[in-house]
Design a protein around this ligand. Structure first.
Ligand SMILES: NC(=O)c1ccc[n+]([C@@H]2O[C@H](COP(=O)([O-])OP(=O)(O)OC[C@H]3O[C@@H](n4cnc5c(N)ncnc54)[C@H](OP(=O)(O)O)[C@@H]3O)[C@@H](O)[C@H]2O)c1
Length: 405
């Protein structure tokens, strides 16, 4: 028997610490878990700080391992049934841990939104992970759980109402309030560096089926224009996370065996409201996004921005800001002229408070729930979709069916 059900790796970082808090705030009875990182002294400090708020944290075991050391990753994954990691950027720090989990049949979940790294893992490990019965679950944070599980919840409702799924689903974000952490900025920066040094990365990211090797379908790359969506009756701007979320939703569909049909189509955008105000907001968001991309893509500008207008690694929104955050996503499905609508409503900063709870629940579902016999390099929806529909409302993420026309 392994020492632990779950090891949380990266707990000394901004998001890792929040995931530990989420596990303590919503405890899973009987869960045997430990905290891990590369620096024993820092880990001790984090455990003391956690214990001040949650006395039971005093008993958490500490595991020391460096993600760049393959031997240490092998030793770590053999001590646990599941690893949950916030050690990112994953492109830089994640390879050895994923390989070790696949080799030793350990389940795994993370917060990556790095599409090219996910694809690399699919190519390198999907078949071996299937053979060795390990579940490698990427994108278990704000990218892409609300969207991935939102589509599954909507399709479930569509089948209940119509006896058949929606053939086309679109998600427009609604009200949203949240911030950035230094780790996220570092991950975005690395992605732009990868694009600059290797144009095939850009081609991959422009492929709507980037996470479905050999896959094709009706979808084209995400729109970069301001457009009016009649399904939602709102103006929309490009959504920075669509490039990850839409690929994850399409991989979920493929891994589930195409239950929504080979012609299933999915799109995402940022909803900005109705009328002239909505149009103007969409235009300003499109321009702001262009500016952000320029800052991130040009190393000199990025260096100037980090530490001034963008956070350093280890930094992120304050506790008050995390609790003041919220988000909504409006998912609309269509079939033969009929529509079905579902809102995803999240409390807390989407990228950090809500993300840490979603990742914690994914890890706990992997460790404790009865799951379908699905293995490989997976998405949340393809393996813990049903479980998350149950679990997430308890941690402030609700899926609310609105109406059917
Ligand atoms: N998908 C989402 O919705 C979402 C949301 C939030 C964050 N994220 C992602 O999560 C990741 C973490 O973000 P963050 O803001 O928490 O970053 P952070 O504060 O910089 O934390 C990074 C963590 O990685 C650890 N680390 C770095 N190198 C290591 C190594 N060689 N071995 C072991 N540990 C190592 C750091 O340990 P030390 O303390 O020892 O330096 C720290 O614990 C990023 O990739 C970010 O993009 C995704």
């Amino acid at each position: 028997m392994r020492d632990f059900d779950l090891i949380l790796f990266g707990v000394t970082g901004y998001t890792g610490r929040l995931v530990a808090e989420a596990l303590l705030e919503y405890p899973e009875p009987g869960l045997r878990w430990a905290i891990a990182g590369r620096n024993e002294e820092k880990l001790g400090q984090v455990r003391s700080a956690l214990s001040a708020r949650f006395p039971e944290a005093e008993g958490l075991a500490i595991v020391v391992a460096d993600s760049l050391n393959a031997q240490e990753m092998g030793d770590l994954v053999q001590r646990t049934r599941v690893v949950c990691t916030t050690v990112g950027p994953y492109t830089k720090y994640g390879d050895a841990l994923v390989a070790a989990c696949v080799e030793h049949g350990t389940d795994y979940c993370d917060l990556t939104g790095e599409v090219s790294w996910m694809r690399k893992n699919i190519d390198a490990h999907h078949e071996a992970a299937k053979a060795g019965q390990s579940r490698i679950v990427h994108a278990a944070g704000f990218d892409s759980i609300p969207f991935d599980i939102g589509v599954i919840a909507l399709q479930k409702a569509a089948v209940e109402r119509w006896g058949a799924p929606a053939t086309s689903v679109r998600t427009a974000t609604g009200k949203m309030k949240g911030g950035f952490s230094g780790g996220t900025v570092a991950s975005m920066g690395l992605m732009f560096d990868a694009i600059r040094s290797d144009r095939s990365v850009l081609r991959l990211m422009a492929n709507p089926y980037a996470l479905v090797p050999g896959g094709s379908g009706p979808d084209r790359n995400d729109s970069r224009a301001v457009s009016h969506w009649s399904t939602h009756d709102v103006w929309t701007a490009p959504f920075i996370m669509a490039g990850c979320n839409t690929r994850v939703v399409r991989r979920t569909h493929a891994l589930l065996g195409y239950p929504w049909g080979e012609d299933f189509s999915y799109a995402e955008a940022m909803g900005t409201g109705r009328g002239l105000g909505g149009w103007m907001k969409a235009q300003s968001i499109r321009l702001g996004l262009g500016a952000l991309i320029s800052i991130m893509a040009i190393p000199f500008l990025r260096r100037m921005a980090v530490g001034t207008i963008l956070p350093n690694p280890g930094e992120g929104p304050s506790e008050a800001e995390r609790h003041a955050g919220m988000y909504k996503a409006h998912v609309v499905g269509e079939r033969s002229g009929e529509t079905i609508r579902l809102d995803v409503i999240g409390e807390g900063d989407p990228g950090y408070l809500s993300t840490s709870r979603m990742l914690a629940q994914t890890a706990v579902a992997l460790a404790c729930d009865a799951l379908p016999e699905v293995y490989g390099v997976l998405t949340p929806g393809s393996v813990v979709g049903e479980q998350l529909m149950e679990r997430l409302p308890r941690v402030g993420v609700r899926f609310a069916l609105r109406d059917v026309n």
